[in-house]
Write a protein that binds this ligand. Sequence first.
Ligand SMILES: *Cc1c(COP(=O)(O)O)cnc(C)c1O
Length: 395
Amino acid sequence: MFVYADNAATTAMSKAAIDAMTPAMHQLYGNPSSLHQKGREANYALMDARETVARCLNAQPREIYFTGCGTESDNWAITEGARLGAEQGKKHIISDPIEHHAVLHTLAKLEKQGFEVTYLPVHEDGVVRLEDLAAAIRPDTCLVTIMFSNNEIGTVQPIREIGALCRERGVLFHTDAVQAVGHLPIDVAADNIDMLSLSGHKFHAPKGVGALYCKKSVPIRNFIEGGAQERGRRGGTEAIPAILAMAAAMKDSCEHMEENMARVSAMRDKLIDGLSKIPRSRCNGSPDHRAPGLVSFCFEGIEGESLLLRLDLAGICASSGSACTSGSLDPSHVLLALGMPHEIAHGSLRLSLSEYNTMEEVDYILQQVPEVVRTLRQMSPVWSRMLETMEDPYQ
Ligand SMILES: *Cc1c(COP(=O)(O)O)cnc(C)c1O
């Protein structure tokens, strides 16, 4: 059996996305900035796509800027939020330690430039507390950036309440919603969001296209220098086929949101139940505030990397944490921020599902993972050391 359970790293393209992209690749090759008919044709398609994306978020079309990826959107929003603050002499930013590196590394750069960043604690469950945020906001706070849902442990933050608090205190609020768009209902107006980052390839659109929502009252400037595209704020000829595919995938996801959420969370819950039966295991992240498809576990006494390799041999594509950090042997910064000791954070497994997965695949995972964990433990010096001080749970 083959199971793709790494949807937080990237997703397969949907039929809706491919059906929108294919004719666009054949026919819509005009440059939307050109005045001739081929240009106009591309430009009309672009306007349609912008309207679709805006509608899915309850935004206005002119508040949507197409970008190259989620990373670019994060960099842009945070850099501009900081610049706008600095113009008023405000150089304090609030975030948290479990953000994606697109956010964390941008913040680190700003810190070098003289901004001060407060990282709110996320406690054991990965959830930011409103009272911590309220206490951290200062007169010189210019920006709060907190992700919608986490890419490693799936924790969903109280975004609407965070947004309301920021609005009440007059602080700009950005959210990295790359893991949320297409998976959870989002309404930028009701959720009090000023800026929101999204990326196509996390909801069945192609890679290399994203968007930034920026409320029209926020006077952001362009992040890269160039032409007059995206109302002068993001130069670069628009990637029409990819943008059209992203709009189609987003519409498709939004129209099937409720049924997908119900189906995917049922699979997630079955996985969590089953994996919890493995001795010396723990489920990471909040049990209540959790993205529909995300399952994160730690298994004591084993290395996450070996687990992944074995699962790969069994046909299961999973991840130990974020794909972006899997090149390094450091344990995940997210698990460490939850207060997990290094040696346990090393034995992590992330399974991320989408509506394309099935219950049969979940059953297969539940048959394989406990076996592989058990085999690895039999070979693990760490596990045999642990057996000196505890009863063997497999006896
Ligand atoms: C994947 C991801 C990103 C980066 O998006 P790209 O389009 O791959 O650049 C940013 N934030 C989160 C939470 C993500 O999961």
